[in-house]
Design a protein around this ligand. Structure first.
Ligand code: ADP
Length: 462
C-alpha cells in the first residue's frame, strides 16, 4: 500500500510531544511490514539541514530519508516556518497558525502530485493536518489524481482543535458555504479539527478507551455531537513504543545499561539521577519521576492539592517539564519548601528524560484524561512502576499487576495510592516481581502497525 503520513512534528526532526514519537515510529513499523511510506512535514527553523542531510527537491521542498528508504519531505516557507517554536513562542501561540497549517496542508497535496505519489491512504495527524481531507473533498474532489485516495485522521488529543476567529476563514481558501454547522463552523468560530472529522474517510484515536471517551460530553470538548454522528467511522488503536529508542539495555543517555536480569545496574542509574538532580543519594527512598507537559490535563491540579502531603512521606521526586505557569509556580514553591525531596527541572531535556525513566522507581502520571500516553509505556519498559488515573490509554495499559491505578479523579485517591505504592516499595521481593512484570509488557509497534494496516484496508473500502 502507498501511504503518505502527514504530521506537523516527527521524531527525530521536530518534537513537542507524543505526536512526534508516533509520526516517527509508525512509518518505520509500516516499512518493516513492506509498505511504501512517505512522510510530509513542515520545515521548521529547528530542523537542522546538515545534521539530517537535507537535499533540495525544488524551490519549496527539501527531503531526506528515514529508516531504509522512507522519504521525508519538508514543506518550506520562511515566512511561516523559519522562526522559533513549532506552534508558539514564549508561551503564546503564533498568531498566524491557521495560515501556517493551511499552507502546509495545501502544499502537501501539491507535493503528492509533483512527485507523482498516488497514495492509497493519506494519514493525517491532529488539527495541523486536518485540512487535508477538507481540501481533498472540497477543492480536489474532481481531480483524477486523487480519485482513489482515502484519508484517515488520527486524533492524538481532542483538547487541541485549532480554533480561530471567523474573520480568518477566508485565509483557508474555502467557500463560505463550508462555514456552517455541517462544516468548519463551531460556535461562531473556525474549527479545523472539526472539518477534518467531517471530511476524512475514517477517524481514529490512540487507544480503544479514548475512542469511546471522546464520544462523551465530558471528554469531547464540544465535538461529541459530530463524533456521535460519525461513530461507525471511529476506531481506537493503541500507540506502540519505539523500542529502538526506548530500551534500557542500549540507551545511550544512561550510564548503566540494564535488563530484567541486571537490575543492580538500575540502582546505579538511580544514584546517578539523584546526584545529577542534587538530591540525597539514597537507594532506600522510593524515587518518583515525572516527565510531562505541565498542564491541567496531566493531573497537576490534583497533584498540586496533594503535593504537600506527598512530600511529607519518605520519598523523592524528580520533575521534568514545562508548561502552564501556574504549575511552574506551584512546583517552585514546593521545591523550595522541600529541597531534599523535589528536584525541579523546568525545561525540555531529552537526555534527562531518559535518565529519569531509568533512575526512578515509580513514574507519576495522574492525567485527568490521556488519549494514549507514552510516558507510562516508556516507564514500564524501564521498570519504573507507573502510578496513573484510570482513563484513556492509561486504563488500557496499566493495571494492578504492572502498576498502580486510582479510579476517582481527586487528590484523596491520588495521595492514598501514592501511600500504597510507597508501602509496596518496602517489600523488595514483591517489588522486584512487579518491576519484572512491568518490563515484560510488550507495546511494540508491530502489533499497532498491523492494526493500522487493517484500518487503512477498511478506509479503502469507503
Ligand atoms: P503528550 O503527547 O500529551 O505530551 P505523551 O505521554 O503521549 O504526552 O508523550 C510525551 C512525550 O514527550 C514522552 O516521550 C515524554 O518523555 C516526552 N516529554 C514530555 N515532556 C518532556 C520534557 N520536558 N523533556 C523531555 N521529554 C519530554
Amino acid at each position: 500500500m502507498k501511504i503518505a503520513i502527514c504530521a506537523s512534528e516527527v521524531v527525530p526532526f521536530a518534537k513537542t510531544g507524543g505526536l512526534a514519537d508516533v509520526a516517527g515510529a509508525l512509518p518505520l513499523a509500516l516499512e518493516r511490514e513492506k509498505q511504501d511510506v512517505i512522510i510530509i512535514m513542515p520545515r521548521y527553523k529547528a530542523v537542522d539541514s546538515s545534521k539530517f542531510k537535507l537535499k533540495e527537491l525544488n524551490d519549496g521542498t527539501s527531503w531526506t530519508t528515514l529508516g531504509d528508504n522512507i522519504k521525508v519531505y519538508f514543506i518550506e516557507n520562511d515566512k511561516y516556518f523559519n522562526r522559533e517554536g513549532l506552534y508558539q513562542d514564549k508561551n503564546a501561540d503564533h498568531k498566524d497558525n491557521l495560515e501556517r497549517f493551511a499552507y502546509y496542508s495545501r502544499a502537501a497535496l501539491q507535493l503528492l502530485k509533483q512527485i507523482n505519489f498516488k497514495a492509497d491512504i493519506i494519514h493525517c495527524h491532529d488539527w495541523q493536518a486536518a485540512l487535508i481531507p477538507v481540501y481533498l473533498k472540497n477543492i480536489y474532489f474532481d481531480d483524477p489524481f486523487f480519485e482513489s485516495v482515502r484519508t484517515v485522521l488520527t486524533i492524538h488529543n481532542i483538547g487541541y482543535q485549532g480554533v480561530f476567529p471567523k474573520d480568518d476563514f477566508p485565509k483557508l481558501g474555502l467557500d463560505w458555504s463550508l462555514f456552517n454547522i455541517e462544516g468548519l463552523e463551531f460556535y461562531g468560530q473556525v474549527n479545523i479539527l472539526k472539518g477534518g472529522i467531517e471530511f476524512s474517510d475514517l477517524i481514529n484515536t490512540v487507544s480503544p478507551t479514548y475512542a469511546k471517551e471522546i464520544q462523551d460530553k465530558e471528554f469531547a470538548f464540544g465535538l461529541e455531537g459530530l463524533l456521535n454522528k460519525r461513530r461507525d467511522s471511529i476506531f481506537g488503536i493503541l500507540n506502540g513504543l519505539d523500542y529502538d529508542i526506548w530500551d534500557p539495555g542500549k540507551d545511550k543517555f544512561i550510564a548503566h545499561k540494564y535488563s530484567i536480569d541486571t537490575l543492580d545496574q538500575k540502582v546505579k542509574d538511580k544514584a546517578d539521577l539523584q546526584s545529577i538532580c542534587r538530591l540525597p543519594v539514597n537507594k532506600a527512598l522510593p524515587l518518583f519521576g515525572i516527565v510531562s507537559r505541565l498542564a491541567g490535563q496531566k493531573g497537576f491540579d490534583i497533584l498540586a492539592e496533594g503535593i504537600d502531603e506527598i512530600c511529607k512521606m519518605k520519598i523523592q521526586m524528580v520533575v521534568l517539564g514545562t508548561g502552564e505557569l501556574v504549575y511552574h509556580d506551584i512546583f517552585k514553591e514546593m521545591a523550595a519548601k522541600y529541597p531534599n525531596v523535589i528536584s525541579l527541572n523546568l525545561k525540555f531535556d531529552d537526555s534527562l528524560a531518559h535518565k529519569i525513566y531509568a533512575g526512578s522507581d515509580l513514574f507519576l502520571m495522574p492525567s485527568r484524561y490521556e488519549p494514549c500516553g507514552l510516558g507510562q509505556l516508556i516507564s514500564l519498559r524501564y521498570g519504573s512502576i507507573p502510578l496513573v488515573f484510570k482513563t484513556g490509554g492509561l486504563a488500557d495499559t496499566v493495571n494492578s499487576a504492572n502498576g498502580f491505578v486510582f479510579d476517582n479523579y481527586n487528590e484523596l485517591d491520588l495521595v492514598k495510592t501514592v501511600k500504597k505504592a510507597v508501602a509496596a516499595f518496602k517489600n523488595k521481593a514483591s517489588w522486584l516481581a512487579q518491576v519484572a512484570r512491568a518490563m515484560k509488557c510488550d507495546f511494540s509497534w508491530k502489533a499497532s502497525a498491523q492494526k493500522y494496516l487493517d484500518l487503512y484496508a477498511k478506509a479503502k473500502k469507503r
